[in-house]
Design a protein around this ligand. Structure first.
Ligand code: PLP
Length: 409
């Protein structure tokens, strides 16, 4: 069994002090720390290879192509996709969702059609659909959340109709910590003929995700939240959906035949990977998913949930602290506010204590409005966090309260 000490030793960034304190990293929902196998895989490619893929026949290029395609197969296995060809490399969740919005939805939606969303969506799974609505005349319909932030299947069922063409929903909220019943939502949506787009940015790093079991049409996520470098992400699509999707980028590598006046496209996934891709990032992502598989995603999920639920309990018990979302079940984060203190000031005091947390609207302004706040602080967990980090979180809150009660006297 892999112990927390073993896991922590794989993350070199943890071996540093910040402002005189050992680093406590509680910002994994923004981006995860990078484990040594990822750093080594990327470094080895850059040091010993550096070639592009799918182009030249020389040995380095062939090795690069093998490594790139092996990473695609790793990701496919990790998310339970039936074939590597259903896995498209993109820059991240945002690009993946835009690819679906531009390449699929703008071609398939018409005036009177409806796009179903929730107010808890990250801007990356909201603004592209606004753009689709503007371009096609389709209408955005929001399923309202329960008072504790959960999404009820009853509400989803009531909002769906034969006009619903597309449902875009996050599997795990980056603010509320809620986990949405995506498989059931997909079943309901498919019954009215709608296509289901899942934002997996916060779920894929924290939960076992199986696209075949979910039966979603598309799933988007980012590599950097899994421990890979920034600038690499994934769009999974069912083969028939990818066939129906137009590319976002036109140019080299994505074509079958180019004539003077017109061209035809390569089969997916190449059709969506125009230009020289992020080979180093893809190799890093392959290493990141293998590293997480080594721990086991069921173990990761149980660990994150335990930390988040314990954090919720401990924070909710502190006078003047408000925690958002339901106490349980939750994914690995807690968003909170300290009465009378701006979240940016909270994050500043935490930083002085060597604790990295996030403060702001978390790219979820409609959700902030729903919560009735402008911003929150947020602590989020990764496989390298443990009970000491919860102690640090509480210590940070008490330090903030002390600091501001002194200041206000
Ligand atoms: N969706 C959710 C729920 C997120 O939390 C994020 C990132 O914070 C994104 C989408 C966008 O991810 P990226 O900025 O890596 O494209």
């Amino acid at each position: 069994m892999t112990t927390l000490t073993d896991i922590r030793s794989a993350y070199p960034a943890l071996r540093q002090t910040i402002n005189g304190h050992p680093l406590t990293y509680l910002d994994s929902a923004a981006t995860a720390l990078k484990p040594t196998p990822v750093i080594e895989a990327v470094t080895a490619y850059l040091r010993e290879n550096g070639a592009s893929v799918h182009r030249s026949v020389h040995t380095l290029a062939e090795r690069a192509t093998e490594a790139y395609e092996a990473a695609r197969a790793d990701v496919a296995r990790f998310i339970g996709a039936a074939a590597p060809e259903t896995v498209v490399f993109t820059r991240g969740a945002t690009e993946s969702l835009n690819l679906v919005a531009y390449g699929y939805a703008r071609r398939h939606l018409a005036p009177g059609d409806e796009i179903l969303l929730t107010p808890a969506e990250h801007h990356s799974n909201l603004v592209p659909w606004q753009q689709v609505a503007l371009a096609t005349g389709a209408r955005l319909v929001y399923v309202e959340l329960e008072p504790d932030g959960q999404l009820s299947l009853e509400a989803v069922r009531a909002a769906l109709s034969e006009r619903t063409r597309l449902v875009a929903v996050t599997q795990a909220s980056n603010v509320l910590g809620t986990i949405n019943p995506v498989a059931e939502i997909a079943r309901l949506a498919h019954a009215v003929g709608a296509v289901v787009v899942v934002d997996g940015a916060q779920s894929v790093p924290h939960l076992p995700v199986d696209v075949t079991a979910l039966d979603c049409d598309f799933l988007a996520f980012s590599g950097h939240k899994l421990g890979a470098p920034t600038g690499i992400g994934i769009l999974y699509g069912k083969p028939e959906r990818l066939e129906e999707t137009e590319p976002l980028l036109f140019g080299g590598e994505m074509i079958q035949l180019v004539e003077r006046e017109r061209s035809t496209w390569a089969d997916p996934p190449a059709k969506f990977e125009g230009g020289t891709p992020n080979v180093a990032g893809a190799i890093g992502l392959g290493a990141a998913v293998r590293f997480l598989e080594g721990i086991g995603m069921a173990t990761v999920a149980a660990h994150d949930r335990e930390l988040a639920e314990e954090a919720y309990r401990r924070l909710a018990a502190i006078d003047g602290v408000r925690v958002y979302g339901p106490p349980a079940p939750r994914t690995g984060l807690v968003a909170f506010n300290i009465e009378g203190v701006h979240p940016h000031d909270v994050a500043q005091v935490f930083d002085a204590e060597g604790i990295a947390i996030r403060a702001g609207h978390h790219c979820a302004q409609p959700l902030m409005r729903w919560l009735g706040v402008a911003a929150t602080a947020r602590a989020s967990f990764g496989p390298y966090n443990g009970p000491d980090d919860l102690d640090a979180l509480v210590r940070g809150i008490l330090a903030t309260k002390r600091y501001f009660s002194r200041g206000s006297r």
